[in-house]
Ligand binder design. Structure first.
Ligand code: FAD
Ligand code: DLZ
Ligand code: SF4
Length: 512
């Protein structure tokens, strides 16, 4: 059957299900750069350049392998500007008998694709995305009849299923989770290896030019650009992580150092999420390093948990709960996102550093996202839809299936505890323990109240007090209310006053 095989921008895997049973005599592959996908939110310039360059390289590889490939460039004159428009155009051009596509990563795109069958009067086959380690059906089976969905239980099941770090039915080392060993503060003078950098080639140079011409008003710096844009280079990034960073990944997983955006993290989310790397090969490479004695268990287990645990778990939640998931707002937060999330113009050094690095790299590591940028938006009550939009725009690894549950579930508790057991709220003490940001800050992290006190300190208590009815029965937060209740009335008033002033300055746009 003469088939149009559509490959989306995050489906850049030679093993992708839409390519299976490709008929070289009849079929054509379609990949397209389209205005709608680039602008439905105004993605970071580096994210667009990364994806377009990776798409162009992938299309080149397909052609070299002998696949007939149609590739629409953003500035092609006949580009209709949307996925729907491009599929329609090519269906007319080649008279296909069906469209084959792998299940998209976003609910929004799925709804668009589901309209094609009736719109174009042609069968549309949506195939499972089996590049993930747990299908939506398997996750839904696991979730069925459970009172609570917790990553830890899911993770253990995945360890067993894929026989990773197991001795028979037991976890290697006797424990499933070594998180307790993964909370070192950054030591003074800690040497962080520089990240693996790929040189820009002609294809990437063209794309950088294209993005700089068309998307001037999008957030972010295009250069320097050193992401991998091919599978070969993505593999090198992964190998370099295993060799140079994995050893310390566990210990410094939660640490932040000013001027060290990459720390001991792997920087592979860009490649995993667009299909250049596969999750199991990364997991196996880390396990192998442990077996060969090249990395300790706390680091290897921690890394593997992120991939077969968190990554699959958040995807499971996304497909289980959409579309209602994106409408939730447990704390009924309504505030707008402060402008300094775009400009970095704030005297709160932790936020300034994280925004500067995000703008430069389209990357920030997990604790910067969760405990600085996310924590602040939780404490001040920013409407989840604005936080979601920001996180989807600014990171080169952001697609809704992974970004939304991390923002709504893990960071903002907007889902009321479906994904996480408690809100990740923290005062300045946490940021001070895990980073050196406070040393260069205008505010004093040791001061709890007053105009020069660290805002996280009073905002934390004000957040708890304000949401008491909703949180008091949460056993992981309950203890904090005991501490709050022991405070004097004067102290509570100071927290309220500082917080109210801060929030009204934020609302007026006068806070820096
Ligand atoms: P490492 O720290 O080296 O971890 C290894 C891999 O584990 C990552 O590449 C990623 O694939 C996976 N992983 C780790 N944590 C998570 C997690 N919480 N959820 C899913 N996968 C995880 N990750 C994205 O891939 N895309 C996003 O849009 C995204 N948005 C986030 C938004 C917020 C508010 C928060 C708190 C987290 C978000 N994450 C997101 C998860 C995590 O921060 C990133 O996966 C990680 O920072 C990517 O950097 P890395 O590859 O160096 O990760
Ligand atoms: C994120 C993105 C961007 C910026 N551009 C394109 C594009 O031009 N063509 C395309 O096929 N995909 C693009 N994507 C990814 C999609 O917006 C979408 O996030 C994924 O395909 C998941 O459904
Ligand atoms: Fe951030 Fe507070 Fe530390 Fe300043 S003092 S860097 S605002 S935690």
């Amino acid at each position: 059957m003469r088939s149009l095989r559509l490959i989306l921008g995050d489906q850049l895997s030679h093993s992708v299900s839409s390519l299976r049973d490709y008929d070289p005599c009849l079929d054509v592959i379609l990949m397209c750069e389209v205005w709608d996908e680039v602008t439905y939110v105004k993605h970071h310039k580096k994210k667009i350049a990364f994806l377009f360059s990776a798409m162009r390289h992938f299309a080149g590889e397909l052609e070299q392998k002998g696949y007939r490939t149609e590739y629409t460039r953003l500035d092609d004159l006949d580009n209709s500007g949307s996925l729907t428009g491009e599929v329609q155009r090519f269906c007319q051009k080649h008279h296909f008998e069906r469209v084959v596509v792998t299940h998209p990563g976003e609910y929004r795109v799925l709804k668009v694709i589901e309209l094609w069958q009736s719109k174009f009067d042609i069968p549309v086959e949506i195939r499972d995305d089996d590049r993930f380690l747990c299908s939506a059906e398997e996750f839904s089976d696991w979730a069925k009849d459970r009172k609570q969905l917790r990553m830890e239980n899911f993770y253990r099941k995945m360890r067993q299923k894929y026989d990773v770090l197991m001795v028979g039915d037991e976890p290697v080392g006797g424990c499933w989770n070594y998180d307790i060993e993964n909370r070192d503060s950054p030591k003074k003078g800690l040497k962080v290896p520089s990240p693996y950098m790929v040189n820009v080639d002609e294809i990437t140079r063209d794309v950088i030019l294209l993005v700089s011409e068309h998307f001037k008003n999008h957030f972010g710096n295009l250069e320097p650009f050193h992401f991998a844009v091919t599978r070969d280079d993505a593999l090198k990034v992964m190998e370099s992580f295993i060799e140079k960073r994995l050893f310390s990944f566990g210990s410094y997983q939660d640490s932040m150092i000013e001027g060290e955006p990459w720390m001991f993290h792997s920087h592979i989310s860009f490649y995993l999420n667009c299909g250049l790397l596969q999750p199991l090969e990364c997991v196996k490479a880390a396990e192998d390093a442990y077996i060969k004695g090249r990395a300790p268990l706390n680091a290897v287990e921690g890394f593997i948990r992120q991939i077969i645990g968190w990554r699959e778990f958040v995807r499971g939640i996304y497909w289980l709960k959409m579309p209602k998931y994106s409408k939730q707002n447990f704390f009924q937060a309504t505030r707008k996102l402060p402008n300094f999330y775009w400009t970095a113009k704030t005297q709160m050094n932790c936020i300034r550093q994280c925004v500067i690095e995000t703008k430069q790299n389209a990357y920030a590591h997990h604790i910067q996202r969760l405990m600085v940028l996310g924590n602040f938006s939780l404490l001040v009550g920013i409407d989840p839809k604005y936080v979601h939009e920001w996180f989807l725009i600014v990171y080169a690894d952001a697609y809704e299936w992974v970004e939304l549950p991390n923002v709504y579930g893990m960071t903002l508790f907007a889902d009321g505890g479906c994904l996480a057991s408690k809100p990740y709220a923290a005062g300045g003490g946490y940021i001070n323990k895990m980073s050196d940001y406070c040393t260069n800050c205008h505010y004093k992290v040791t001061k709890k109240n007053g105009s020069d006190a660290c805002p996280f300190n009073y905002l934390y208590w004000a957040f708890l007090a304000h949401n008491r009815q909703k949180l008091k029965s949460n056993h992981r937060i309950g203890l904090m209310y005991k501490s709050y209740d022991r405070m004097s009335d004067d102290k509570k008033k100071a927290i309220r006053d500082d917080s109210n002033k801060f929030l009204s300055d934020i609302d007026r746009g006068t806070f820096v």
